[in-house]
Design a protein around this ligand. Structure first.
Ligand code: NAD
Length: 318
C-alpha cells in the first residue's frame, strides 16, 4: 500500500492563531478577484434540511491547486440547548492528487471570513472618510465582523444587541461603545449580523453616505432590512445567484423591486469592471450570503501558516 500522508487538524484556537484578521481580509479580497476572473471554481451550496432543528450545508470550491469542502450547520434552537448555532468541519485537499491535507474547525474559519468580507466591502464601498461602525447583533459573527473592521482601521463603533451583555462585552474588548439601535444606525458604516428574524433597518433609517453590510440574512426566509429600504440603496452582493435566492436581496427581488441589472458583485467592483459607490450621498448596501471561496481563502492561509511552522496542529493518518 502507498504511504498515507499526515493530515493536520486545526481546532478553533489553532485557526485563529494561524490567520489574523488582517491576513483574512487580504486573502478574501484576493479570492473575490480570482473567482471573478474564473480562476476559482465554486458550485452552488447544497442545503440538507434537518427538520425541525435546522439544516446542513455542503460548500465545495477549488482554486490555487487546492480543493475544499465545508460541511456546516445552522441549528437556530441550539443555544437554548447550550450548544452553538453553527458547527462543522472543513476538509482541504490537494487538487492535483485528491489527498486530504488539513481538517479545520469550520466555525472559526466562517467567523473570520465573514468578518473579513465585511471589511473588504466597507473599504471598497463606504465613503473614503467613513470611520464609525455600527454593529447590530453582537453574537459570534457580529463580534468577528467588528474585530475585522477594527483591524482594517475603522472605529470607534457602536455595538447594539437586544441582549445587553454581548454588546457591552464587544464594546469593552474594542474600546467602542454599547448603544441603541438608533445610535448604531447613525454610524458611517453599519453591519447587520442578527439571525434575520425581523428587519432592523427601515427606509427612514437611511442617511446620506451610509454604507450597509447585511450579513445575517444568509438563507431563505431571512431579512434584516425592509424591502423598501433595500430597494432605496445602491446594491452590491457577493454572488447574485445566492443573494437573489437566499439573501437580503431576495425579498426585494421577489416583490419585483430589484432585478439583476441593479446589483453589482463585489468581485466585479474590485476588478474595476463596474462602478462602486456612485457619489458621496448614495446609500450603498452589500448583501453577504457567504461563499466557499472565502473559506478557501482562509483555509489556504492556515495551511501556509502550518507548513511554515507558525502554528502547531494535531496530526492524524486516516
Ligand atoms: N453572511 C455570511 O457569510 C454569514 C456567515 C455566518 C453566519 N451568518 C448569519 O449571521 C447571523 C448571526 O449569526 P451568529 O452566529 O453571529 O449568531 P449569534 O446567535 O451568535 O448572534 C446573533 C446575535 O444577534 C442578536 N439579535 C437577535 N435579534 C436582534 C435584533 N433584532 N437586534 C439586535 N440584535 C439582535 C442576538 O441577541 C445575538 O447576540 C445568522 O443569521 C447566521 O446564519 C451569515
Amino acid at each position: 500500500m502507498p504511504a498515507v500522508a499526515e493530515l493536520a487538524v486545526l481546532d478553533h484556537d489553532a485557526v485563529l492563531a494561524a490567520v489574523s484578521p488582517e491576513v483574512a481580509i487580504e486573502r478574501v479580497r484576493d479570492a473575490l478577484l480570482r473567482h471573478h476572473h474564473g480562476e476559482w471554481v465554486m458550485p452552488p451550496k447544497v442545503y440538507l434540511d434537518s427538520p425541525p432543528y435546522g439544516d446542513f450545508r455542503a460548500m465545495p470550491v477549488r482554486g490555487e491547486g487546492l480543493a475544499l469542502l465545508k460541511w456546516i450547520t445552522s441549528f437556530p434552537e441550539n443555544p437554548a440547548r447550550g450548544l452553538p448555532t453553527v458547527t462543522g468541519v472543513i476538509c482541504l485537499s490537494d487538487a492535483g492528487t485528491g489527498e486530504p491535507l488539513m481538517l479545520l474547525d469550520a466555525r472559526s474559519v466562517t467567523a473570520l471570513r465573514t468578518g473579513a468580507v465585511a471589511a473588504v466591502a466597507t473599504q471598497v464601498l463606504a465613503r473614503p472618510q467613513a470611520q464609525t461602525i455600527g454593529i447590530i447583533g453582537c453574537g459570534l459573527h457580529g463580534a468577528w465582523t467588528a474585530r475585522c473592521l477594527a483591524a482594517a482601521g475603522y472605529g470607534p463603533g457602536v455595538c447594539h444587541d437586544t441582549r445587553s451583555e454581548p454588546a457591552r462585552r464587544l464594546a469593552g474588548e474594542l474600546d467602542w461603545d454599547p448603544g441603541s439601535l438608533e445610535q448604531a444606525l447613525r454610524c458611517d458604516a453599519v453591519c447587520c449580523v442578527t439571525p434575520g428574524n425581523a428587519p432592523v433597518v427601515a427606509v427612514g433609517d437611511l442617511h446620506p453616505g451610509l454604507h450597509l453590510n447585511m450579513l445575517g440574512a444568509d438563507g431563505p426566509g431571512k431579512a434584516e432590512a425592509s424591502v423598501e429600504a433595500v430597494s432605496a440603496c445602491v446594491l452590491f452582493c457577493d454572488e447574485w445567484e445566492q443573494a437573489s435566492h437566499g439573501g437580503e436581496l431576495t425579498g426585494a427581488v421577489a416583490a419585483g423591486l430589484v432585478d439583476r441589472d441593479r446589483v453589482s458583485e463585489l468581485g466585479a467592483v474590485l476588478a474595476g469592471e463596474v462602478r462602486g459607490r456612485p457619489d458621496r450621498e448614495a446609500v450603498t448596501l452589500f448583501d453577504s450570503t457567504g461563499l466557499a471561496i472565502q473559506d478557501l481563502a482562509v483555509a489556504r492561509a492556515a495551511l501556509q501558516a502550518w507548513r511554515e511552522g507558525q502554528v502547531k496542529a494535531q496530526t492524524v493518518r486516516l
